[in-house]
Design a protein around this ligand. Structure first.
Ligand code: ARG
Length: 610
């Protein structure tokens, strides 16, 4: 059976302006034009869907073919898809970028646009002269990205690493696009684990108020207290009373113990963030504690809460499992803090968009929180966009959950240390030895952390992901080392020849005629289109595939066509430049700039030499 017909909204022309040197998402522009053409042809019918598919060669719309079936019996004078396509073509709006002659209607009714040479040249010239500037954003929107968010006193694990890497990338994407981004670390600093930690701290280091306790190995400290918690009933009871005291906020000693533990944890997290060049601001669960009593009271007053076995719970539409807003001992839960947080983010922080980068295992929890926020009237989906950016598990090469040989959770510091060691081997196998010490350090940083990030970001985030140093550090294929080497090759051509391409370009217009140059040029200008796409679906791996494709197209281009020709003095071996193909040099430059910008959105640094 056919899915119910969803009328499309009436499109309005979205003007684009290349004058500031900004890039333009041509795909979206073409779609917009076509949809206006469709709307003008079939006013008020809700037919405006361009059904556009983009490739590096052209943009192609199948709208007329679909519309032929839809207009059956509606009394329009069109007999064939070609008739419809021609009518749409006549009704295209005026554009500053494309003329209607750039749209071609074929016999079957497909409408195709090939980017005209002049436009291609303008966009590429802009890249070289102005840099890779994103399309203009009309209104600055505020987005909150909740990512990383490890739990205090527990080790930050590979799941948090995924959240950190994906979250950082989304932050960079949206900052680049012109959003105001609030990077929020929603650390778990308020859970029941603190009861046993505080009770244990009091026993082990009774003098903790005056002397800072040696809890540098928090993991061991956590394990020891957990052991007592599981084995000793009396200790367990004490642990519970410590949590109650912590949440009541009246006991200064408990508060102090809590803070000591948090500070220690924070220090460890910071080391990881620093190594990965991640910026994030802590606003953990405890931040919302002062708001929780009134949130619960408000929900109760409005009749959303019911009591079951002494717990206060709240059912929400379409969810079988209720939220627990208050436990029987009066304590609050992960549900309560997330309710308080979403309310705060909308009402106090005025977010236009909230993104939660959290593993797929928490889908139900987050869906329930979102549904609750709508149900009680805090969240209006027409005004605020909320996304759960879910991601799958990290698996070891044996296909099981990622663990060390001995079966423990892998410590992130150890993991990153190993990445660095392995990256050294890769660098040394190339020309790493000729680099100056600081060049080598920069390259090592770029390759090791780049590999860990790129392996994650080049996989569709919703699938489980197999962590393999061997694979992520391969020099061929869709890997960080391959892309980083490609960058060094692209960027070194003009540099080695001592040419400032942005100056020369005024004298040498960007004309392309050869297949490999056209293919690369047409692919490059799709960058903003890719960014639009990942801004919609928040799937950064599409950008990874795009950049990989650029590198492959570049390598064909470089193999087939001459950019700079040299004369070599037979006697001395000295090379002098004989001729320079400037448009191709500009293409190299544009490719390196797009690649650099793309990699930066994926959280990666490039280096000029490796
Ligand atoms: N601390 C949680 C965990 O480690 C993740 C928190 C995600 N953010 C949120 N607002 N619930 O599983």
């Amino acid at each position: 059976s056919q899915p119910a017909f969803q009328p499309a909204p009436v499109p309005t022309y979205q003007p684009v302006d290349l004058s500031e040197g900004r890039m333009v998402a041509l795909f979206d522009h073409v779609r917009n034009m076509l949809e206006m053409g469709i709307e003008a042809t079939f006013p008020g019918k809700g037919f405006a869907n361009a059904m556009l598919v983009g490739s590096n060669v052209s943009y192609k719309s199948a709208a007329a073919l679909t519309l032929l079936k839809r207009i059956d019996g509606l009394g329009f004078p069109y007999k064939t898809a070609h008739d419809i396509a021609s009518a749409i073509h006549k009704n295209l709006p005026k554009s500053t970028l494309l003329e209607s002659s750039h749209f071609e209607v074929d016999e079957r009714g497909f409408i195709t646009v090939v980017v005209p040479a002049k436009l291609l040249a303008t966009i590429l010239t802009n890249i070289v002269v102005h840099g890779v500037l994103p399309p203009k954003q009309e209104k600055k929107k505020r987005v909150i990205i909740d990512f990383s968010s490890p739990n205090i006193a527990k080790e930050m694990h590979v799941g948090h690493l995924r959240s950190t890497i994906i979250g950082e990338s989304l932050c960079r994407l949206l900052e680049y696009r012109g959003f105001e981004v609030l990077r929020v670390n929603h650390v778990g600093d308020w859970g029941t684990q603190f009861g046993m930690l505080i009770a244990h701290l009091k026993d082990e280091f009774p003098n903790f108020r005056n002397e800072s306790p040696p809890i540098g190995d928090l993991q061991a400290f956590y394990k020891a207290s957990k052991k007592r918690f599981d084995a000793d009933e009396e200790f367990k009871k004490r642990a519970y009373t410590e949590v109650v005291k912590l949440q009541a906020g009246t006991d200064a000693d408990v508060r102090h113990a809590w803070k000591l533990i948090c500070d220690e944890s924070r220090r460890e997290f910071e080391l990881i963030y620093k190594r990965l060049h991640v910026t994030i601001k802590e606003k953990g669960e405890s931040f919302y504690q002062p708001m929780m009593p009134s949130v619960v009271a408000d929900l109760e007053k409005r009749g959303f809460v019911q009591v079951e076995d002494g717990r206060k719970i709240m059912f929400v539409p379409d969810q079988a499992v209720p939220l627990t807003v208050e436990k029987s001992d009066g304590g609050y839960t992960y549900d309560t803090s997330d309710l308080a947080a979403i309310k705060y983010r909308i009402e106090e922080e005025h977010a236009d968009w909230i993104i939660y980068v959290v593993d797929v295992g928490q889908s139900l929890h987050l869906e329930t929180v979102f549904s609750a926020a709508k149900h009680v009237g805090w969240l209006d989906p027409a005004k605020v966009r909320v996304d759960h950016v879910a991601f799958g598990l990290v698996l070891g090469e044996d296909g099981k959950k990622f663990k060390t040989r001995s079966g423990d959770t892998v410590r992130l510091v150890d993991l990153l240390d190993e990445a660095v060691e392995r990256a050294k081997v890769v660098l040394d196998s190339k020309r790493g030895g000729d680099l100056q010490p600081e060049e080598y350090a920069a390259a090592l940083d770029a390759v090791s952390y780049g590999a860990v990030k790129y392996a994650d970001l080049s996989t569709s985030r919703t699938s489980d992901y197999t962590f393999s140093f061997d694979r992520m550090l391969k020099l061929v294929g869709n890997t960080a080392p391959y892309l980083l080497y490609a960058y060094t090759r692209m960027s070194s051509i003009a540099r080695n020849a001592g040419i400032d391409v942005s100056k020369e370009i005024a004298k040498h217009p960007c004309e392309f005629t050869e297949g490999p140059e056209l293919a690369l040029a047409r692919a490059l200008i799709r960058f903003p289109e890719i960014l639009n796409r990942i801004t919609d679906d928040l799937m950064p791996h599409t950008l990874g595939s795009f950049l990989y494709e650029i590198c492959q197209l570049y390598s064909t281009f470089y193999e087939k066509l001459r950019i700079i020709e040299h004369d070599v003095d037979k006697a001395t071996g000295t090379k002098t430049i004989k001729s320079i193909h400037y448009p191709r040099l500009a293409l190299c430059e544009a490719a390196s700039l797009v690649l650099k910008q793309g990699l930066s959105i994926l959280g990666m640094d490039v280096v000029g030499k490796m």
